[in-house]
Structures are given as structure tokens and as C-alpha cells.
Design a protein around this ligand. Sequence first.
Ligand SMILES: [Fe+2]
Ligand SMILES: [Fe+2]
Length: 134
Amino acid sequence: MPLMTWDSSLDVGVADMNREHQQILDLMNKIYDAREAGQTGASVIALVDRLAQVTIDHFRDEETYMEKTGYAGLASHKLIHKDLLEKFTGFADEIKASGGTVPDRFLTFLKLWLSAHIRGIDMKYGPKAGDLAA
Ligand SMILES: [Fe+2]
Ligand SMILES: [Fe+2]
């Protein structure tokens, strides 16, 4: 069973960003499944590294998109990305130091990030922003 599944509440209305969010969600579920299967070691670390790369690329693409569209909330959104990446890196270092053991806290962090960040923060740069309460 996946940690989280895609549904329309995560649709930000921008196809490229949806695709990248789905990629992040997919890797998150792979890490969750690996942990559920009792896996540790290099294969788990490789998944975490892959998620780090996909996330870095996604934040860059999202920031480029917001620049292109002249989104007013760009600066604060960038700061939130920076903070998320720092937290992610902290977890990734911890997972590497432990030989690929994934703590519950990491999965909670990932799940919260996807659900809260996409629905609450990312949603504001897309065409559906007007649907959100101010
Ligand atoms: Fe974002
Ligand atoms: Fe995003």
C-alpha cells in the first residue's frame, strides 16, 4: 500500500508541475515500500539521493515557472523551498549515517510536505489560485 496516492486535490493546474509532483510522490512511495519491506543499505540510500535530485530539479523548475508568470509570491515561496531542502538534507544525512535506515519522522515529513505544500503553497501560483480563499 502506498504512503500517499495522487488525487485531484493535488492538481495545481500546471501540467509540468503536476508531472514533477507525481514523480516526487512516486519516489516517496518507493522509499516507504522499501522501508515496509525491511530494506536498508545502498538501495534505500540511492532512492533518497534520487528523491533529493528530483526535488532540487523540481524546485528550480517551479521557481522558473513563477518567474516567467510574474508570480508575486515568488520570494517567500523560494524561502519555503530552501527551508524544505535543508530539512530534507538533514534527514538524508541521517539516513546515510545510519546505513540506509529510514526513520518514521522522515516519512511523516515527506507526506506533510506533499500534502500541505502542494495544496497550500504551490496551488497559489497556478490557474486555480482564484479558487482558494484569500
Ligand atoms: Fe513549491
Ligand atoms: Fe511543487
